[in-house]
Design a protein around this ligand. Structure first.
Ligand code: NOJ
Length: 740
């Protein structure tokens, strides 16, 4: 066991500063490297590279071992490198995107996925993952919806806690990763949904909706926190002492490492809060930021600032110690390679158990949004199926942040269906282009060049349409596999129009007009506006970007082998102009319903309902559940419990997993309270025809809320309690919280 203080005492200033600098792969390897952000010349001396503390997004046993070996040769004190990577929803075994995971309503499942992702990445030499992303999102224009688990703080908090526990579970045995929760804070609420844009959130909302998942991560022992690109109160998060010191360290007791997001320290200049790189270095460091990712600000700035007395040596030592402490926790001083070998990596990645979990998770994350005329499931042995659409035979269903995913290992929907449907009963064709132009998508790192740049010619387009119409006429069921290009969501993928592209909509309408039954299968990374297609098709399955086993999972569901149970964790807007639309909004003084005012003067649109097309919590299954007999204990005393019970009847002849959701509303409070707030949920397996009485407990803890100072207020009075299968259809009761 290395004494870190003794080590620190031997370190030169350059060696200390190096620990606070993170560089990417091209500084260490000659071959082209993965980049996941803008490329810029940094202006960093080789001496800095030799002393650097951590590396961004280099992975693979061979590469990490090689870099570590070379580094240790140059490192006077043999301080190993930390390898940090974006292992967001899988390393090689790619799980569904986080927004899909959010729809599973299963923190336990997410925890398992994170355990697996960490094992695979650790076997490939990674030490830290830049995950989980804990940003709450209410605006579907923001491309990073796909990385969030959704619009609800209660759900997100549980997911983030489970993710941190999962990633870090096997850290002590060298098979886990340290987690880095991100992006602190408010990043999910950029104005206009435009990525990296300014955020204007009240402190009350920050405390109530945006901070709790971060606090939960820290309570779960999360080792690192990444700052966000945006401002909070006009101060960029990367140089915000209120966030980094007052909240994180003093209030929440965080002892781990803070790191800037990619190039965010230098971006303080563009924000207009720093005059130059040295200034940026000073304000970020003095605000409490430990590691500078991918700029030269710390590398070149810390030394002169120290000499000028503008930063303290004590603060520098503290930050360096935090980095060394993590290296020690990860076991790197004992074995800088952490037992990593190419053979071990090969054994671990794509392990059959991991793939099984990926299939199970994808099956639990997709959401059935519509199913009329008993269209789904269908019997694959006897049904003639036409599979049409740009996603019919397309392995690009990982989503943007699967940076280590290998598409070549992904089964397409066509192949998965061929395994289930007898020869001659399945016709497949793309039918139309995914997009009519790919140029605007730009580039996202070395592994994600846009490959699909060619569109159909006019001739080919006409032929494809004819073929698709022909297949559609002959089939019993048409599956239309449509959606977003994977680069249309994710980082730097904000959109103002959330409809499917016009040509896809027209195509869907044309096919549906001749088909006996049409099922729309959607591959996308954000809620879409489906108002223009919903009435044309019989069924809609939101598959999201479902990952490596997504096609198999989809076939499991379509064929009835699996009864779907996914429920939306983010509302699907009715129209673009409604965004942001989310279930837990305040009532306003002029609620659209329950107001005495004449209709014109209510909080509503003239041209669109207030409600989303598909609400939070919504999803269909192959079984049907009816709720009845809600009972709520009428009185809650301090230290006591309110019991809520409801009868759940499975009225169908299919067994199914049902998600019962508990919401509360505080009728009168010192701060206006949301019309509904999720406060609990439970998943019950209901056998065909079975009735179960389901119980929830409410304690005073569930009634508290944050004020703008971040203090919890717990107030006596009347509360409404709701139980339902989604946020728009609820049984209602009430109780009083009283002093005696
Ligand atoms: C920028 C992204 O915002 C962040 O989420 C990611 O972890 C870093 N780049 C590193 O790749």
């Amino acid at each position: 066991m290395t004494s870190l203080h003794a080590l620190l005492a031997q370190m030169t200033l350059d060696e200390k500063i190096g620990q606070l600098v993170q560089l990417s792969g091209e500084f260490f390897l000659d071959e082209p490297q993965l980049t996941v952000g803008p490329k810029a010349k940094l202006g960093i001396a080789q001496a800095v590279v030799d002393n650097v503390g951590s590396v961004l997004n280099v992975s693979g046993a061979v590469k990490t071992r090689e870099i570590q070996r070379k580094h240790l040769q140059n490192s006077r004190l043999k301080i190993p490198l930390l390898f940090m990577a974006d292992v967001i929803y899988g390393y090689r075994t790619i799980f569904p995107i986080p927004l899909a995971l959010g729809c599973s309503w299963s923190p336990a499942l997410i925890r398992q996925c994170c355990v697996v992702a960490a094992r695979e990445a650790a076997s490939a030499g990674s030490h830290v993952t830049f995950a989980p992303m804990a940003d709450l999102v209410r605006d579907a224009r923001w491309g990073r919806c796909m990385e969030s688990t959704g619009e609800d703080v209660f759900l997100n908090t549980q997911y983030v806690r489970a993710s941190v526990e999962g990633f870090q579970q096997d850290m002590p045995t060298q098979q886990g990763l340290a987690a880095c929760v991100k992006h602190f804070a408010g990043y999910g609420a950029p104005i206009g949904g435009r990525d990296y844009n300014t955020v204007e959130l009240s402190h009350q909302s920050l405390f109530e909706d945006y901070f709790p998942p971060f606090q939960a991560a820290i309570d779960a022992g999360c080792e690192m926190v990444m700052t966000s690109f945006n401002t909070v109160d006009g101060v960029p998060a990367t140089a915000n002492p209120w966030l980094l010191k007052t909240l994180l360290r003093e209030r929440w007791g965080f002892q781990g490492i803070t790191i800037a997001d990619y190039a965010a320290v230098k971006e303080l200049i563009a924000h207009g809060v720093a005059a130059d790189e040295q200034d940026a270095c000073a304000i970020a460091f003095n605000a409490g930021l430990d590691i500078d990712m991918k700029t030269a600000c710390y590398a070149n700035g810390l030394k002169p600032l120290l000499a000028a007395g503008k930063i303290s040596e004590r603060a520098l030592d503290d930050a360096v110690l935090r980095v060394l402490r993590l290296k020690q926790k990860l076991g790197l001083f004992d074995d800088p390679y952490r037992g990593v070998t190419p053979e071990g990596e090969q054994r671990c990645c794509y392990h059959p158990e991991h793939l099984r979990l990926a299939r199970e998770t994808a099956g639990k994350s997709l959401v059935v949004l519509k199913n009329d005329r008993q269209t789904l499931p269908f019997n694959p042995a006897t049904t003639r199926v036409a599979l049409i659409g740009p996603y019919a035979d397309n392995p690009d269903i990982f989503g943007l942040w699967a940076v280590y995913g290998e598409k070549s290992r992904c089964t397409t929907l066509k192949t998965a269906l061929q395994e289930a449907i007898p020869d001659g009963n399945l016709c497949v064709t793309p039918g139309c282009d995914l997009l009519l132009d790919y140029g605007f998508l730009g580039e996202f790192g070395a592994t994600h060049q846009v490959e699909q740049t060619r569109c159909l010619t006019d001739n080919e387009r006409a032929q494809e349409l004819e073929r698709a119409l022909d297949y559609a006429r002959q089939a019993d069921v048409v599956l239309l596999a449509m959606g977003e290009h994977m680069m249309q969501s994710g980082e730097a993928a904000s959109r103002t129009d959330l409809h499917l592209p016009r040509h896809q909509v027209e195509f869907i309408q044309q096919i549906a007009a001749v088909a006996k039954k049409t099922v729309l299968l959607l591959f996308n990374g954000r809620p879409l506006v489906l108002t223009d297609v919903v009435d044309h098709v019989d069924a809609i399955v939101e598959a999201w970007f479902p990952g490596i086993e997504g096609s198999h999972a989809l076939v499991d569901v379509l064929s009835g082998k699996r009864n779907p149970s996914g429920r939306l964790s983010m509302s699907f807007p009715y129209a673009n102009g409604q965004v942001p639309v989310y279930y837990n909004a305040l009532n306003t003084g002029r609620p659209a319903h329950q107001s005495d005012h004449s209709p014109r003067f209510l909080s509503k649109y003239l041209d669109c309902p207030n409600a989303p097309l598909f609400p939070f919590g919504f999803g269909l299954s192959w079984h049907e559940t009816r709720l009845s007999d809600l009972h709520v204990t009428p009185r809650l005393l301090p230290g006591g419990t309110v019991m809520v019970s409801v009868a759940a009847h499975n009225t169908s002849d299919v067994d199914g997993l049902e998600t019962l959701q508990l919401y509360l509303h505080d009728c009168v409070a010192s701060i206006a309270r949301p019309a509904l707030q999720l406060k609990g949920f439970t998943q019950v397996m209901l056998a065909a025809g079975e009735t179960q009485v389901v119980h929830f407990e409410i304690t005073p803890h569930d009634l508290g809320f944050y004020d703008a100072e971040g203090d919890v207020r717990l107030e006596y009075g009347r509360f409404r309690a709701f139980v339902g299968l989604n946020s728009a259809s609820l049984l209602e009761g009430e109780f009083y919280y009283a002093e005696s």
